[in-house]
Every structure is written in structure tokens, then in C-alpha cells.
Design a protein around this ligand. Structure first.
Ligand code: ADP
Length: 567
């Protein structure tokens, strides 16, 4: 019962105060019944709320925010369909092992089961995608549950968590003094997720020391762990070549002399010992199996997740935080240092192959091809990004050919500067990731390089960029559709709907830059190297929202990009 003699606060306000109390600085989301007051109260409590057009993009933003900051990205949705749209974000958090928390309103508890407005068993709906979920059935539970979801999201292997807030709980009230009491009692729960085991550091070092062709592979788990310093130390003291995964790029500079990126096939095909840090031996790393890897390669896996090590059954597994484990390895090596040196046959073979491949690629890149293929504009964008210096712009990339070509051409020299479709190959992440990056690193330039198809998933969020005046330049590679418009052979164009546009094509020559202009942002359409250079120079220095619509030859590139065999 509410105490009428004291001022009262309601559930929405208590959610907002709990988030602020727990240190949440930003929240992404879409307002509506029954959570609008949660958002407005959060702003009043000092939490910046970034209002999106669609929960899917807000969810993607929260996941990237979690990765970039190391703190859970929080996003808010309405009940029922809002929660369903938000599942995209939760699933992306799980697939990428990034910490995120979805908070959704839900229908009145008394009306559940009777066809209430937007009724859904949301706890059941989120189940496949979360590490932990909870429903507040009374206002007094709110602070504790806010702390619980936030803590579970980052504990052990990061992932998605969910908090369900029925509308009646949001409307319940308690006295200010009671609210202050439960808020001050709320604290991070102790979560035993990392099962520390004796780490076989000597064995790992001895394997690396005696290997003929060692390789160090690192991924976004190492980036999340902020392991750049010990990784650099390990690589530079031992002289072992390294290979980043797509989002591992930049933990050490792509331009480093020990980078094996441009000699990837040789490096993974011939290495005899591979130390893999914060990267799963999943499809992105060909499951660690032949024919891409040698059948005799000995894997040393470092991962925060014991399940991951048990799944892969490596020669040696080490469960722990990447930064800690690498520091221990460095400490062990310090007593008896070893270094392969530049003239070591393995190092030399990788270096020669990489130089050779880079030279071949540069020969292709140096040509100015008009109408644009993928390479010419990508080179121009690469050079413009590099000219920005440090701190390097954060790059967001999605698409088939656009992302594949971008991964090979664009250069990452700083950690956590590349966000792409990731483990799940998620298209539609672009604008959400851009917004997250701009919010997480105020003042830093964010550059998206997207296919027109990827852009279309969340294009309306360019209005969000303008509304919050975020320094984001979205470059759209416009080739008129998925993989480049209508690529059917004449024999395939048949049947009663043969005159419909191809399933892969969009309206040719779409004016994406005008969409941005309509909201008051800057829009450019470019078809030549000079036009592109000028648009990049102007938009990068303005640090204001812009869309650059780059018209690409629809016949450049290939279907499904690098994954053609899977389509
Ligand atoms: P990539 O896509 O770069 O190959 P993955 O997402 O496949 O990377 O793998 C990242 C791995 O990093 C996951 O298995 C996750 O459990 C692990 N990880 C997350 N945080 C840490 C950490 N702090 N230390 C070590 N490993 C971590």
C-alpha cells in the first residue's frame, strides 16, 4: 500500500534511477506503451537516451556499444512486437559474445492470458537468445533486477540479458524513502561464471618456443579484453607472425611487419602451432580443420568460456581473460626469451608472400576505374581514413562485396576500430553500429562503408544521426540491389512474374543522398574519383551527418561476395 503521507515514485522512475545508480550512461530504444516514461525519467536521471525508429537498430546499437565500451549496452522496447523486433539485437549479442541488456515493457500481469494489448510471454520469447532473464513482478524488485541483468551480461563470456517490466509494475508506487533504501541496498551480485583452472603457461610457452612455424591468431574477444598491450609485447618479443580475425584487425596495426593478413592462406595452412586468443574456431576460421589448416596443427586456445574450450578440444586450452593469460605468458617468456627474427624461414616466407600479395592488390587498386568498380572507391576511402591520423575513425562495414573488398583494402591501425556483420553475418547492423560508436566515443569520426542492400535495412536511422548531430559519414556503394541488381541469365527470366523486378534488384540509381538531405543532413552523389575525394574531404572535416551515394557498376563484384559457394 502506498504511504500517502510521503511523496511517491512510480516503477518507471525507479527503473530510471536504478539504471543511473548502476552507472548506465546511455540507453538506446524506441518509446511507446508502456515504457515512454521510463525513457523520459532516464533522461531526467542523467542517462542519455538515443531514440531510434526501430528496435532492431536500437538493439544492434546496444550490442556494439557493449563491445566498444566493455559495459553492457542497454536498449528499451515496447511490449509484444517491440520485444520481438528487439530479439534481433539480443541474438546479435549472443552470437558475437557482446554484453547487452534488453529492457521491455510487457502487458499488465492481471490481464495476461486474456488477450491483452501486445500480450506475449516475453520471458519465453527471449529464451534462445539470452544468458539470463528476469521479470519484475513488484516494484520493489526493480533495483536488484537491474543490477542482476547488467552483471550477467558482462560476466564470463559476455552476451545478451533481458529484463521484463509489466505495465502494472511500472505504474506501482512506493515512497521516496523506501525507494532510496532499496536503491542503496542494490549491488552487483556475485556471479561465478569463470571457472578458473590452473593455467598451463609453461606448456603454452614451450609449445611456442619449440614450434617451427608458430602463429598467433586473435579476435574480437581479445579486443574486448583490451589485450592489445600484452599481445604487442608477446608478438614483438618473440617475432611470431600474427593473424587478426576481421574484427580483431587493428589490435595490432595492419601495417605491422609481422602481420600475416595478406598471407592468410599460407599462415593458416602451414603453421604447426597456433595460439588463438579470443577467437572461436568457427566458420570464420574454417573450424580449425583441413584443408585450410594443416591436420597436424597444435592449437593453444585462450578463451573466457570453458564451454568454448570443451567444444573445440584443442591441444591445449586455457580458460581465462585474454589480457591476464597473455600477461602470464609474457612473464614466463621474460625469464628465457626467444625471438624468431626476420631471417627465420617461416617469418621470411610469410613476409615475402604478404609483400607479394600486397603489391598485386596495389597494382589493381592504383587504377582509376570509371564507372566505379569496388576497388577504386575503396582505395580512395582508405586513403582518406588514413589521412585522419589518430584517433583513427571507427569503421562500420556491411554488405557482401562491399564488406569483403573493404576488409582486404581498408587498414585498421587501432584496436576496436572495425565493426562489421560479425559472427552472425548480420546485415542491417550499419546505422545502429554507427550511432553506438559515435555515442560511445564522443567527437570521434565514424565512417560506414555499406552496400546499398545493407544500408536499406536501417536507412531511416539517418534521421537519428541528424537529430543527435552525430559525426557519422555513411558511404553507400550503390550498385542497384543485392549483389548488384538483376544478374539472371535469359533462361532464368521466365514464368508468369517474369516482368517483375529480379528478387535481387532495387530501383536503379536510387538517390540515397537525397534521403539524408531531406532531414537536413549533407548528401553527395559521386561517380568519379574527384567527386568522391571532394565529398570525403568536406564531410570528414565537417564531422556532421552525411551520406555519400557512390554509384558502382552493377556488374562489378560477384554474387554473395566471398561466400558464393554457400548461396
Ligand atoms: P572473432 O569473430 O573475432 O573470431 P569470436 O566472436 O568468434 O571472435 O570469438 C570471441 C571469443 O572471445 C569468444 O569465444 C568469447 O568467449 C571470447 N572472449 C570474450 N571475452 C573474453 C576475454 N575477456 N578473454 C578471453 N576471451 C574472451
Amino acid at each position: 500500500m502506498a504511504d500517502a503521507s510521503q511523496s511517491q515514485i512510480d516503477g518507471s522512475n525507479l527503473v530510471a534511477l536504478s539504471l543511473a545508480h548502476a552507472g548506465v550512461q546511455h540507453m538506446f530504444g524506441v518509446v511507446g506503451i508502456p515504457v515512454t516514461a521510463v525513457a523520459t525519467r532516464a533522461v531526467a536521471a542523467g542517462v542519455r537516451f538515443i531514440a531510434f525508429h526501430n528496435e532492431q537498430s536500437a538493439g544492434y546499437a546496444a550490442t556494439a556499444y557493449g563491445y566498444l565500451t566493455g559495459r553492457p549496452g542497454v536498449f528499451l522496447t515496447v511490449s509484444g512486437p517491440g520485444c520481438v523486433h528487439g530479439l534481433a539485437g539480443l541474438s546479435n549479442a549472443g552470437a558475437n559474445a557482446w554484453p547487452a541488456v534488453m529492457i521491455s515493457g510487457s502487458c499488465d500481469q492481471a490481464d495476461a492470458g486474456r488477450g491483452d494489448f501486445q500480450e506475449l510471454d516475453q520471458i519465453e520469447a527471449v529464451k534462445p537468445f539470452v544468458k539470463f532473464s528476469a521479470k519484475a513482478t513488484h516494484i520493489s524488485q526493480i533495483p536488484r533486477l537491474v543490477y542482476e541483468v547488467l552483471s550477467h551480461a558482462v560476466a564470463g563470456r559476455p552476451g545478451g540479458c533481458y529484463l521484463d517490466l509489466p505495465s502494472d509494475v511500472l505504474h506501482q508506487t512506493i515512497s521516496d524513502s523506501e525507494a532510496n533504501k532499496i536503491l542503496s541496498e542494490a549491488e552487483n551480485p556475485k556471479i561465478e561464471e569463470i571457472r578458473h583452472e590452473a593455467l598451463d603457461i609453461d606448456k603454452a610457452v614451450s609449445l611456442l618456443r619449440t614450434a617451427e612455424r608458430p602463429l598467433i591468431v586473435f579476435g574480437k574477444g581479445a579486443a574486448f579484453a583490451r589485450a592489445e598491450e600484452p599481445l604487442k609485447k608477446l608478438i614483438e618479443t618473440t617475432g611470431i607472425p600474427f593473424l587478426p580475425t576481421p574484427m580483431g584487425k587493428g589490435i595490432l596495426p595492419d601495417t605491422h611487419e609481422l602481420a600475416a593478413t595478406a598471407a592468410r592462406s599460407l599462415a593458416i595452412g602451414r603453421c604447426d602451432v597456433a595460439l588463438v586468443v579470443g577467437a572461436r574456431l568457427n566458420w570464420l576460421l574454417h573450424f580449425g580443420e583441413p584443408p585450410k589448416w594443416s591436420k597436424d596443427v597444435k592449437f593453444i586456445l585462450v578463451d573466457i568460456s570453458k564451454d568454448e574450450i570443451e567444444l573445440r578440444k584443442p591441444f591445449l586450452g586455457m580458460v581465462g581473460d585474454a589480457k591476464n593469460v597473455l600477461e602470464l605468458i609474457n612473464k614466463e617468456i621474460k625469464d628465457q626469451p626467444f625471438c624468431l627474427g626476420r631471417s627465420h624461414p617461416w617469418v621470411e616466407a610469410i613476409s615475402n608472400k604478404a609483400k607479394d600479395n600486397v603489391a598485386k592488390m596495389e597494382a589493381q587498386l592504383s587504377k582509376d576505374v570509371v564507372p566505379f568498380n569496388f576497388l577504386t572507391p575503396m582505395r580512395i576511402i582508405r586513403d582518406a581514413i588514413l589521412a585522419e591520423g589518430s584517433p583513427a575513425p571507427i569503421l562500420v562495414s556491411e554488405g557482401a562485396n562491399t564488406m569483403d573488398v573493404g576488409r582486404a583494402v581498408l587498414i585498421q591501425n587501432e584496436p576496436r576500430t572495425r565493426l562489421d556483420a560479425g559472427t552472425w553475418g548480420t546485415m542491417g547492423v550499419g546505422l545502429g553500429y554507427c550511432i553506438a560508436a559515435a555515442v560511445a566515443s564522443p567527437g570521434r569520426l565514424v565512417v560506414a562503408v555499406e552496400g546499398d542492400s545493407g544500408f536499406g535495412f536501417s536507412a531511416m536511422e539517418v534521421e537519428t544521426l541528424v537529430r543527435y548531430q552525430l559525426p557519422v559519414v555513411v558511404i553507400v556503394f550503390n550498385n542497384g540491389g543485392v549483389y548488384g541488381g538483376d544478374r539472371r541469365t535469359p533462361e532464368e527470366i521466365t514464368g508468369p512474374y517474369k516482368d517483375d523486378p529480379a528478387p535481387t534488384s532495387f530501383v536503379p540509381d536510387s538517390q540515397y543522398h537525397v534521403l539524408m538531405q531531406s532531414f537536413g543532413g549533407k548528401g553527395y552523389k559521386v561517380e568519379t574519383p574527384e567527386e568522391l575525394k571532394s565529398a570525403l574531404s568536406e564531410s570528414f572535416s565537417a564531422r556532421k551527418p552525411a551520406v555519400i551515394n557512390v554509384i558502382i557498376d552493377p556488374y562489378a563484384g560477384s554474387e554473395s561476395g566471398r561466400l558464393q559457394h554457400k548461396n
